[in-house]
Design a protein around this ligand. Structure first.
Ligand code: IPT
Length: 971
């Protein structure tokens, strides 16, 4: 393994190969060949071995290092030609990655074997080929081996050749490796290792783009101990330079410089060349801070797997670019390559686009972790997997931390691997979650960072405040994005930003691993699927997103692989917008006492020149208005006042405040007024064209001051049935009490859903108690809802008002035993055809009480069909938090208008909760023609309990009495 980029000048062997799938490695290939794509997973196109999903458990019961005898084995074959001009050169076969054991043969003769499914194997095949000759290359890929037990990551099991195959040639005298160290102070050191006939004489030279020639260090050998490894005899040489005025590399400002290293023969002619883009940056740990170029940067990271819904583990350069571009657009500045090294292209892209990388070795022995961590038979594999990763990736400025792998207990192997990598590369910290699992204050020698997974906010803040913290705390996994999730992200970031010692973390994870499946035959739709099979996170008829078990795979871990911030097709889920706002480079604050607004630049190195902005004025009564804004000049980390728009339709007449100077006529009472700064890119960025929305920080200028409840009565009679259920021309089902929601994945795996079922909340039955009508036509309906642990009493008072609206005032009293329900509110169904929703509140994204920082408060409008979020397993979704009022209208603009007493959780979808809960996939759902509307006085937060902490106490629904009221009128 080495860091010399051999892609330029290589000959690609990618394409269609002959292929046979054998039942076991010792089976003999027959005369019949199929075809298979290389790179490709056979599991995505061959029905004899389909994808299989498990998390912790192995797919077979064998203990390490044993595996089943039934062991799918793919035989790939093709002819290739060796260019005639490669005569006299050294010829190398490069196989980017194969799952899991790779055996290479040329013309029937073995040339080597490789393991480690996520790093390349290279074979010197000079002796096996003839320049100008035609040869047969056979690559046999065996699915299960001893190594499978340390590749037990939480993902689909596949088989195949998953990265590109190529040939390249070098001179017999060649650069075996080039190791770059470049600090943000401009100090550059390039260590070269040369192989071949060294006694003919050789030298190296280097050139840095925009700087010039590097100096060859000649003071090597005897005189200089620090440089003691530099030796002509061993083929070692060092180049160096002090580059003044260097532009340091950082995620915000990823400045790269082209570095060319040339290897010269004794006569000065060039034998070999290496070109790479390097960045000048320094990583260090000082106290409990991780510093990049001296800055304590907060790590806003996400975990990423290699995944594609059509090709499985095979991802192209455009796929990887799209992943990283999406991360950048949503405020992420770091990625952990969970849980294996990625294609080198990913690191090239991280260098170019600006993302910090925790580069993780391909080691996860989850099911048999304790057995393996100290089993000497696995020692070489651990050290090799870490060292080969570091040897390959060391020159990437994006890589700031080495990770020894994931979920493999903690044993001697980790200390051995850590020792190797520290010695080889003292310029980067090392992390391993398992080394710091229990006692964060005295983490083992295998981790410089305390990098727990799914620790609670309470635990991490307590550690940071304990006085015992000695290392930076950066969560390697947190905020499990399974289904409708990522509750309390804002609470996390409020603590992280204000607590010394807390430095961020990596959300689990970037993408849902839903494989596109044809429903007709249950097979993966596969690489040849025509476009249009999915869009916007939704599959077209005839397809669905498959998860564990859908291919008949047993044992399996179900939908646990659908836990990404984006859908399988990379459509962002609503939680992405929450993250984007929390990570915003620009924030806005407003001081009502002085009436001034302030812009804060939250970046470390950039000013605001790359951004532009406009104001969105969002008035509850006056509606939306967009006017130009002028961003002030604010240095990184600084703040500056920003002028309020002159066009404000109303101004906060807060008690004691004089109002907007020069506008004494403005009303002092009325609806709420919010001001949002819509920030976009001013010009093209490498990851976003000009005009891309970056964030929408908002401030409230005025609270609602109109009286509630609105002046009542005078509107005539209210119609109800004998049971007190409202009869209303715009409703097909009257408002009744709702205490349940279609369980989210967090509700299910965290246990809340089982409790609700035990209590009977999913099958509530309304028992009418009384219906009374007063002299003014006001109707009071009281009903009881018995549950297994007590009865809920629900009272509704209906008043018809002179303006044609109906006021509904509701009270629900929950016994103490119902201490944690999903919601307390009304559920009703509208007439058909009211297909557009307009609302005043945060938006336009879906939001919940513990995930509602991502939307501007303004008037929003969307088709009802688009309000729903198609999480892979149907569940509660489509909610909007903090809704103050909304309308549902049809094509002619008529419909109904609802006004709420206070900001409430509202959802409008085509699905009843029970139907959602009964479905396993979206293709099983039939949307109603009408809307199901929930208006909740209280709604449980989302939390992250499918893997990690539940929502925090303030977001739970308390027992006792809840009151809410609303008006509905025709429009
Ligand atoms: C943790 C794993 O590291 C990750 O791969 C994934 O499985 C995640 O959880 C959940 O989706 S391990 C878990 C047992 C905490």
């Amino acid at each position: 393994m080495h860091a010399v980029d051999r892609r330029p000048g290589s000959v690609s062997l990618d394409g269609t190969w002959r292929f046979q799938l054998l039942p076991a490695p010792d089976a003999e290939p027959g005369p019949q060949w199929d075809e298979a794509p290389v790179p490709g997973c056979w599991t995505m196109h061959d029905p004899r071995d389909l994808p299989h999903y498990t998390n912790v458990q192995m797919p077979f019961p064998h203990h390490p290092p044993l595996v089943p005898e039934a062991n799918p084995t793919g035989v790939y074959e093709r002819e290739f030609e060796v260019p005639a001009q490669w005569a006299g050169r050294r010829t190398v076969l490069h196989v980017g990655a194969a799952e899991s054991v790779l055996i290479a043969e040329i013309d029937g003769a073995p040339v080597g074997i490789g393991k480690d499914s996520h790093l390349a194997s290279e074979f010197d095949i000079t002796a096996a080929v003839r320049p100008g000759g035609r040869h047969t290359l056979r690559l046999t890929v065996v699915k299960w081996s001893d190594a499978s037990h340390i590749e037990d990551q939480d993902q689909w099991w596949h088989g195949g050749i998953t990265r590109s195959v190529s040939l390249h040639a070098t001179d017999v005298l060649y650069l075996d490796d080039v190791a770059v160290r470049a600090g943000h102070d401009g100090e550059l050191r390039v260590d070269c290792r040369v192989r071949g006939p060294l006694d003919g004489g050789w030298s190296v030279s280097g050139e840095l783009e925009g700087y010039g020639e590097l100096v060859q260090d000649t003071a090597h050998d005897a005189s200089n101990r620090e440089l003691g490894r530099v030796s002509a005899f061993l083929g070692e040489a060092r180049l160096s330079a002090i580059v003044s005025g260097v532009r340091p590399w950082s995620a915000e400002s990823p400045s790269l410089y082209g570095l060319t290293v040339r290897l010269h023969r004794g006569d000065g002619s060039v034998a070999d060349t290496s070109y790479q883009r390097i960045g000048f940056r320094t990583v260090e740990i000082r106290g409990r801070d991780l510093l990049v170029n001296g800055d304590r940067v907060l790590i806003r990271g996400v975990n990423r797997h290699d995944f594609h819904p059509l090709t499985g583990r095979v991802v192209t350069e455009p796929d990887m670019r799209a992943d990283l571009v999406t991360m950048k657009r949503f405020g992420f500045n770091a990625v952990r390559t969970s849980h294996y090294p990625n294609d080198p292209v990913l690191l090239d892209l991280a260098d170019e686009l600006g993302l910090y990388v925790v580069d993780e070795a391909d080691i996860e022995s989850h099911d048999h972790a304790h057995e393996i961590a100290d089993d000497p038979r696995y020692l070489p594999a651990f050290v090799e997997r870490v060292s080969r990763m570091a040897l390959r990736d060391k020159n990437h400025p994006s890589v700031i931390v080495w990770s020894l792998g994931n979920e493999s207990d903690y044993g001697a192997h980790h200390d051995a691997a850590a020792a190797w990598v520290r010695r080889h590369d003292p310029t980067r910290p090392v992390q391993y979650e398992g080394a710091a699992k229990t006692d964060w204050s005295s983490t083992g020698i295998a981790s410089d960072i305390v990098c727990p997974m799914y620790a609670s906010l309470g635990e991490i803040t307590a550690h940071a405040r304990s006085g015992e913290q000695t290392k930076p705390l950066i969560l390697c996994e947190y905020s499990h994005a399974m289904g409708n999730s990522n509750g309390t992200l804002a609470d996390h970031w409020a603590e992280i930003e204000t607590t010394p010692g807390l430095q961020g973390g990596f959300i689990w994870e970037f993408r849902d691993h839903g494989i596109l499946q044809r429903t007709a035959d249950g097979r993966p739709a596969g690489p040849a699927t025509a476009p249009g099979a999915y869009a916007n996170g939704i599959t077209a008829p005839g397809y669905r997103w498959a998860y564990g078990g859908d291919f008949g795979d047993t044992p399996n871990d179900g939908v646990f692989c659908a836990d990404g911030m984006v859908f399988p097709d990379r459509t962002p889920k609503p939680a992405m917008y929450e993250h984007r706002e929390l990570a915003a480079p620009v924030r806005l604050s407003y001081d009502p006492a002085s009436g001034t607004a302030t812009v804060h630049n939250r970046q470390y190195v950039r000013d605001l020149a790359w951004l532009r902005a406009e104001w969105l004025i969002g008035g509850e009564e006056s509606g939306n208005r967009t006017v130009p804004a002028e961003l002030p000049d604010v240095p990184p980390g600084g703040s500056a006042p920003i002028a309020l728009p002159a066009e404000l339709p109303e101004f906060p007449r807060l008690p004691g405040h004089p109002g907007l100077p020069g506008h004494p006529e403005l009303p002092a009472e009325g609806g709420e007024l919010w001001l949002t700064l819509r920030v976009t890119t001013a010009d093209d960025q490498s990851w976003a064209p000009a005009g891309t929305e970056i964030c929408t920080p908002s401030v409230r200028l005025r609270e609602r001051t109109a009286a509630w409840p609105p002046p009542a009565a005078g509107g005539g009679a209210v119609e109800t049935d004998a049971d007190g259920l409202l009869v209303h021309p715009l409703l097909t089902a009257p408002p009744v009490l709702g205490l349940w929601r279609a369980p989210t994945d967090n509700d299910l795996l965290g246990g809340a859903a089982a409790r609700w079922r035990d209590w009977g909340l999913d099958a509530l039955v309304r028992k009418p108690v009384s219906v009374t009508r007063d002299g003014e036509g006001r109707v009071t309906a009281v009903a009881e809802y018995p549950t297994a642990v007590g009865t809920v009493v629900h009272e509704q008072v209906f008043t018809a008002r002179a303006d044609g609206s109906l006021l509904v005032e509701e009270t629900a009293t929950l016994p103490e035993a119902l201490h944690d329900v999903a919601r307390v509110g009304s559920v009703l169904e509208t007439a058909a055809g009211l297909d557009t929703m307009e609302w005043y509140g945060p938006g336009p994204w879906e939001s919940y009480p513990d995930r509602c920082a991502g939307g501007a408060v303004a008037r929003h409008r969307a088709p009802v069909d688009e309000l729903f979020t198609p999480y892979l397993r149907p569940q509660e979704s489509g909610g909007r938090s903090g809704v103050r009022s909304f309308t549902l209208t049809g094509a002619d603009g008529s419909g109904l208008a609802v006004r709420l007493d206070a900001p409430r959780q509202v959802s409008v979808t085509r699905h009843r909760a029970a139907d959602l809960a009964a479905a396993a996939h979206h293709d099983e759902l039939t949307p109603l023609d009408r809307s199901v509307v929930h208006i909740d006085a209280a709604h449980r937060g989302l939390g992250t309990a499918s893997c990690g902490p539940d929502t925090l106490p303030p977001y739970l629904v308390a027992p006792g009495t809840h009151r809410w009221s609303w008006t509905v009128r025709p429009v």
